[in-house]
Design a protein around this ligand. Structure first.
Ligand code: SF4
Length: 447
């Protein structure tokens, strides 16, 4: 987690003269495995104790960072005049409010909730007696987007930092919540602000890798290419990724070659779906020839690629998802699957009161909750595991798992590894219909 929103808000407040101790609790080393909350107990049959290996799903429900009472005590030890809690996404509303309540038990300090999670449904937070107010705007207050570079990983020779250099997107994909907190106008940050953010990173000879966390970087390609050139001039050897995804329909072969030449090390392409019917309903479209040409170019340049699609959209069907998995299976790219989760205010979820009576954790992708009623939890789970299988079959390391793959192929059932030493066991829940739709593409994958 890079906490770019909280870091940016803290910096802007500090520049206004405030003293701003910043706590990034989920990034601290402490981690605890907790029982599944009651609202997520329906996932219990899907968990495989001791699961390991390349076909595995989540094994446990974890809390990252210290427990809420400790977080509250550490915040209050700073004797704050105001506490601002950053809620990055609505699915984390429960934890945000729990922390607010722990602080309130100990102090009358005013508590503000901010962040994209709060902006989509401020009333949800405001009605909690522990919360004094909710801030729904951008920390820049109408000024151009501010930029912060957050270090996410260090090795002896490389430093990886994340940054967001734009806000908003005019494209209007139906499933996307970007516009709810950032609007529909693409607004790049000034180049000077981006370079200033990079200048705060240590300069000690380590090679720099930058991951852009923007949602639609290619909307102004000229701006982006100029920026990459400038960064490479100032920080020679810098490499880049955009893990949130690049819209491949905005890319052509010269652009792919240019991005590779400027230091892109992987292309994460967002496709949304591969079903033309679903894509039309979601305001997207599929360009298979363009995608194939881009994949071939990436392969020629030695750049790995990942194709992302969403499972569980309002128009999806189990057959359509099996077809999407087959589409990625026959392509060069790896498969990135995202179970659909809603945000209050998205099309189909405009009635926000629907979220009043449920645990916000159900809006995590990993909850596999059948929000649109088009795929069941078992079908979402099956699709996730099939995506893992697709990736294993493309992995040169797959020979290490030959026995596992053979069992899956022989039985036509999903299996996984569990225990020490690892044993091959059947996956507890799987959707037979989806498996049957999918299997006929496995033979070409076999070698
Ligand atoms: S999914 Fe990407 S391209 Fe579509 S609206 Fe969201 S940010 Fe824009």
């Amino acid at each position: 987690m890079t906490h770019l929103g909280a870091r940016t808000a803290a910096r802007l407040l500090a520049e206004e003269g405030h003293t701003v101790p910043l706590f990034l609790f989920p990034s601290e080393h402490e981690k605890a495995t907790l029982p599944l909350p009651p609202s997520l107990r329906y996932l219990k049959p899907y968990l495989v104790p001791g699961e390991t290996g390349p076909l595995s799903w989540f094994r446990s429900w974890n809390r990252f960072g210290p427990d809420f009472p400790e977080c509250a005590a550490r915040i209050l030890a700073e004797k704050p005049d105001r506490v601002i809690l950053s809620c990055f996404a609505f699915c984390y509303a429960g934890g945000t409010l729990r922390l607010a309540e722990e602080i309130k038990k100990r102090s009358s300090v005013p508590i503000t909730v901010a962040g994209s999670g709060a902006a989509v449904y401020p009333e949800y937070f405001a009605r909690n007696p522990a919360v004094s107010d909710v801030f729904t705007g951008e920390a820049e207050k109408g000024a151009p987007p501010a930029v912060t570079a957050g270090i996410s990983r260090e090795t002896p020779h490389t430093r990886t930092a994340a940054l967001v250099i734009s806000r908003g997107c005019p494209k209007g994909c139906r499933f996307c919540s970007n516009h709810l907190s950032q609007g529909r106008k693409f607004r790049p940050a000034p180049k000077e602000a981006i370079l200033a953010a990079l200048s705060t990173l240590p300069r000690d000879g380590k090679r720099l890798h930058l991951n852009f966390e923007d949602d639609n970087l290619l909307f102004r390609t000229g701006f982006f290419l100029e920026l990459l050139e400038e960064i490479r001039r100032l920080y020679p050897g810098t490499t880049f990724t955009a893990e949130n995804g690049l819209d491949y329909t905005l890319m052509d072969l010269p652009l792919a070659e240019k991005l590779a030449a400027l230091g892109f090390t992987q292309f994460n392409w967002s496709a949304g779906s591969f079903d033309p019917h679903t894509l039309t309903a979601e305001n997207r479209f599929f360009e298979p020839e363009r995608l194939t040409a881009l994949e071939e170019t990436a392969a020629r340049l030695g750049i790995p690629s990942v194709l992302y699609f969403i499972a569980g959209l309002a128009e999806d069907t189990p057959t359509g998802i099996a077809r999407s998995l087959k589409e990625v299976a026959r392509r060069r790219s790896l498969c990135g699957i995202s179970p659909f989760y809603p945000v209050p205010g998205l099309p189909g979820y405009e009635d926000k009161t629907r979220f009043d009576t449920i645990d916000p954790s159900l809006a995590c992708g990993s909850a596999l909750y059948p929000w649109n009623g088009t795929l069941t939890t078992t079908q979402l789970y099956t699709a996730f595991r099939l995506a893992r299988l697709v990736n294993l079959m493309k992995n040169p390391e797959r020979v290490r798992y030959r026995e596992l793959i053979e069992v899956v192929q022989k039985t036509g059932k999903l299996h996984t590894l569990a225990g020490k030493p690892a044993r091959i066991i059947p996956v507890p829940e799987q959707d037979q219909g989806m498996l049957e739709e999918f299997w006929d593409c496995l033979s070409p994958l076999r070698d």
